[in-house]
Design a binder for this molecule. Structure first.
Ligand SMILES: *[C@@H]1O[C@H](CO)[C@@H](O)[C@H](O)[C@H]1NC(C)=O
Ligand SMILES: *[C@@H]1O[C@H](CO)[C@@H](O)[C@H](O)[C@H]1NC(C)=O
Ligand SMILES: *[C@@H]1O[C@H](CO)[C@@H](O)[C@H](O)[C@H]1NC(C)=O
Ligand SMILES: *[C@@H]1O[C@H](CO)[C@@H](O)[C@H](O)[C@H]1NC(C)=O
Length: 280
């Protein structure tokens, strides 16, 4: 009895030390997360850490009583996988007229492959530019296929492009490597219309002297995509010194790899969570 327990413990230890963070494993965690959100059941999520922390809009919440407990009709979902940080990012669009949401979630796995943190930004009616139907419409027109292997950028390049955008919101001298075509989806508002040359993100409207703090990244070289969770200082005017939870998802494509730093975020989607002040 004792020896079989020991053998069991040893095989567990071997399994734990052998954990490798692969795309397939991360995709399985994403699938479990989406299943939980769709069904309101977390029982199948057998890789949750005992110490798992669940955050909604940067506040501690519970998968037993907050959004994952309800069962949502998901119209569209998109995920990226970061095997270096062992993190995932998932976007869920729910247009259900009884209660629409756009949800961005970053999950962080521990060294044993258990999900230790589920960090969700749940945007809702009353949040900045919130329009789940509009978001779903523009989302449905975009195709985010994997980047061909020969054209993939490094993590450093992808992160630099996304950071340039976040830095530019504070320091107007920073140059953001916007390409053409490029479109920005902010809540339900889309900048891309008309012909391709007219589709540019270089249209102004970025704030100045707004520090983007507490940045948390998910970077996927295969998808050429970076998501940053950050604090948008001063968005909520009632709390000018506090960061409002905010997610920026960038798709970076390099059409001109030989000319070096010609990096083109063709899509920059922003989910701003204004901490649910209702403006009904
Ligand atoms: C939301 O977006 C849809 C699709 O673009 C649009 O028809 C609708 O008028 C928008 N609603 C609001 C409240 O802006
Ligand atoms: C594309 O749109 C821009 C801006 O509206 C315009 O100046 C340009 O002539 C258009 N190009 C084509 C090929 O239609
Ligand atoms: C924002 O800009 C100010 C002034 O240039 C600088 O002191 C600060 O470090 C910047 N903060 C961030 C988060 O970029
Ligand atoms: C979220 O919480 C952390 C600490 O728990 C804090 O440092 C951060 O500024 C908060 N706000 C945002 C928007 O990330």
């Amino acid at each position: 009895m004792l020896s079989s327990t020991l053998a069991g413990l040893m095989s567990l230890a071997v399994t734990a030390s052998a954990f490798t963070c692969t795309r397939q494993y991360l995709q399985e965690q994403v699938d479990k997360y989406v299943f939980m959100q769709e069904t309101g059941q977390h029982g199948e999520f057998d890789t949750l850490s005992y110490k798992m922390v669940y955050l909604e809009n940067n506040k501690t919440a519970s998968i037993l009583s907050d959004l994952p407990a309800w069962g949502l009709k998901v119209d569209a979902k998109k995920s990226i996988l970061d095997t270096t940080l062992c993190k995932t990012f998932t976007e869920l669009i729910i247009t259900d007229p009884s209660h629409p949401y756009v949800i961005h979630t970053q999950m962080t796995l521990d060294e044993e492959g258990s999900v230790a943190l589920i960090d969700s930004l749940v945007t809702d009616k009353g949040d900045w530019a919130f329009n789940a139907t509009g978001y779903q419409y523009w989302n449905s027109l975009e195709e985010w296929a994997p980047i061909p292997e020969s054209k993939r950028l490094s993590r450093t390049q992808l992160k630099a492009a996304a950071d340039a955008y976040a830095d530019r919101c504070n320091d107007t001298t920073v140059i953001v490597p916007f390409g053409t075509p490029c479109a920005r989806l902010e809540g339900g508002a889309y900048t891309g219309r008309g012909n391709l040359t007219a589709n540019t993100c270089n249209i102004g409207g970025l704030p100045s002297n707004v520090p983007m703090t507490n940045r948390r990244y998910v970077i996927d070289e295969v998808m050429g995509t970076v998501d940053i969770f950050l604090g948008f200082t001063g968005l909520d005017r009632t709390r000018p010194k506090e960061g409002t939870p905010d997610s920026h998802l960038f798709r970076v494509e390099d059409g001109h790899i030989r000319s070096g730093p010609n990096i083109s975020p063709v899509s920059d989607r922003i989910v701003l969570c204004n901490e649910r002040h209702d403006v009904e």
